[in-house]
Design a binder for this molecule. Structure first.
Ligand code: B12
Ligand code: SF4
Length: 482
């Protein structure tokens, strides 16, 4: 079929800057997968409002000119739900008759909110692989009853209520993993990061990569299982290596950040991947955003270092073994952490750590234990997050059962997200106490000496003076500036 005869579909990537939120400029992996799935069968286009920093007017003009039959929007974390809805306001104004579909993490975890938007016809929940083409074919053929029976989607019934079809499988059951397709995305805006701890040398192109989706663990606050199920979907290593080589060849990428949920789960696989880095003589510096410390040991760390690892961030979450075992449900043994810090320092790998304070069931003393542990370990940088009850997580269920959330609690309250703002009140703590202790302990632990200040400044590729301003703002607003 000729390209022009194919039905036109546009995927909008909403601009994270709309509504003045913290902007994100990480490669939209979902768009790369959807390109691979849809571009041959349909006339598929991407309106990347985020990468190109487009405003509403520019998006409307683009849509009016193209006049697509289907407009799709990718909704990342629920925190950015307003941007997703704004994309549909634009789409409806520009192409009132188009079929509209919202997909991604937001509708998967919060369909009851997303469906309230009458600019949206369908919610496509969970993964797109082996599903989306069939669903679009049904819609274009006006087979509405069949579309309504499709698994893992949701829609509004005539009374305006959510109808949600459970999925029959998760990404882990998919037979063929799809190679991300970069051909319709202008990658350049994504290659240079603004001051985040993923930053390398600001002048060198940095790319993000995901080698597998999902995680089998069941940490109480985490949404991974809701989205991906419990079986990790691994991409073939050859595909991962081909992607890295493409990024190196076409974009001179020399820095890489792994964003997998469970990068280290399969020892044989991660070893084979890193060994290939050596065999193929890649000249790369790489970081991993959030790795499971219980899979790290000296041998793996040494291999990581040899292959260009410059930074790892581990999720320790709590300095209390009881809280880890009984509240957070993370299989981490705290005694393994100090030797890891020592080994990373010996090897010259920066080690960051994430903590989550104020899980229901945690005492004030146990929260203080987390700060003490973080300080004693002497990580290169430590982040403390206030537990945020994300939709459809175990944490949220407990909070509801125990009545720990305010009466007017809403996932769509712009104040809800941020991880520096608490919502949970138990017998042990209130959001205000948490915000205060978090901001000041973060400041004290990370910046207690000129050496530490310099260390963090180096990590963020910034100056101690600029860092001082961020610290001041974080203390004054009791918020997150990194
Ligand atoms: C990579 C990642 C990031 C990256 C990049 C984010 C981005 N916007 O691209 C960075 C590091 C920047 C990031 C930041 C944040 N993240 Co994040 N992130 C992830 C992670 C690990 C993988 C996401 C991913 O790219 N997966 C691969 C792609 C291919 O999958 P996908 O996006 O789900 O898309 C598939 C389907 O959903 C579907 N699909 C997607 N869009 C569409 C659209 C249509 C129309 C259709 C039909 C289908 C479809 O098709 C795709 C292929 O199957 C997930 C964990 C997870 N398990 O999902 C957390 C996760 C999404 N992040 C989360 C959070 C909380 C955040 C932050 C708020 C954290 C913070 N510290 O502030 C920020 C917010 C950023 C934002 N703008 O959304 C939570 C969200 C929870 C929730 N319920 O909202 C998750 C689930 C982590 C967790 N385990 O709890 N994140
Ligand atoms: S190990 Fe990480 S990704 Fe897996 S469930 Fe726990 S927090 Fe989520």
């Amino acid at each position: 079929m000729l390209q022009e005869n194919k039905p036109k579909i546009v995927l909008i990537i909403p601009n994270s800057k709309w509504f003045g939120k913290r902007p994100w400029k990480q490669m939209p992996y979902a768009a790369l997968i959807l390109t691979a799935l849809l571009k041959d069968e349909f006339s598929f286009h991407i309106l990347d409002a985020n990468g190109n920093n487009l405003d509403e007017q520019q998006c409307q003009e683009y849509l009016r000119q193209l006049a697509p039959e289907v407009v799709m929007v990718t909704g990342g974390s629920a925190e950015y739900h307003r941007q997703a809805h704004q994309a549909f306001v634009i789409a409806r104004a520009a192409c009132p008759n188009a079929i509209t579909i919202l997909g991604g993490v937001y509708p998967t975890t919060l369909p009851e909110e997303a469906i309230k938007d009458h600019n949206i016809d369908w919610l496509f929940m969970y993964h797109a692989e082996e599903r989306i083409n069939h669903f679009i074919r049904l819609l274009l053929a006006k087979e509405i009853e069949k579309a309504k029976a499709f698994s893992g989607i949701a829609y509004r019934d005539e009374a305006g209520n959510l109808v949600e079809n459970r999925p029959t499988c998760y990404i882990g059951q998919v037979k063929t993993m799809v190679q991300p397709d970069y051909s319709l995305i202008d990658l350049k805006p994504y290659l240079y990061q603004e001051s985040t701890d993923y930053q390398f040398n600001a002048d060198e192109p940095t790319a993000f990569i995901i080698t597998g989706y999902g995680c089998p663990y069941k940490c109480s606050f985490c949404a991974s299982r809701t989205i991906s199920g419990r079986v990790v979907a691994y991409r073939p290593l050859e595909d991962v290596l081909a992607e890295i080589e493409y990024l190196q060849r076409d974009y001179q990428v020399s820095n890489l950040v792994f964003l997998d949920d469970a990068l280290l789960m399969n020892r044989k696989r991660i070893t084979a991947l890193l060994q290939a880095f050596l065999d193929r003589q890649y000249r790369l510096s790489w970081k991993a955003a959030s790795v499971s410390a219980w899979h790290l040991d000296d041998e793996l760390l040494e291999l990581m270092k040899k292959t260009g690892c410059v930074q790892l961030t581990i999720s320790v979450e709590s300095g209390s073994q009881r809280v880890l075992n009984e509240v957070i449900l993370k299989p981490l043994k705290l005694e393994t952490i100090p030797p890891l810090v020592k080994k990373c320092r010996e090897l010259g790998i920066n080690l960051g750590a994430n903590f989550v304070i104020s899980n229901p069931g945690e005492t004030w003393e146990e929260i203080r234990q987390s700060f003490r542990f973080a300080e004693d370990c002497d990580f290169d940088v430590v982040h403390f997050h206030i537990a945020t009850p994300l939709p459809r997580t175990h944490l949220y269920k407990i909070c509801k059962e125990k009545n720990y959330l305010p009466a007017d609690f809403s996932f769509t309250d712009p104040q809800f997200f941020g991880y520096g703002v608490g919502h949970i009140t138990t017998e042990e703590f209130t959001p205000f106490e948490l915000a205060v202790v978090r901001a000041f302990e973060w400041d004290r632990i990370n910046f207690s000496s000129p050496e530490k200040q310099q260390r963090v400044a180096n990590l963020y590729q910034t100056t101690v003076e600029q860092l001082a301003e961020h610290r001041k703002q974080t203390r004054r607003k009791l918020g997150v500036h990194f």
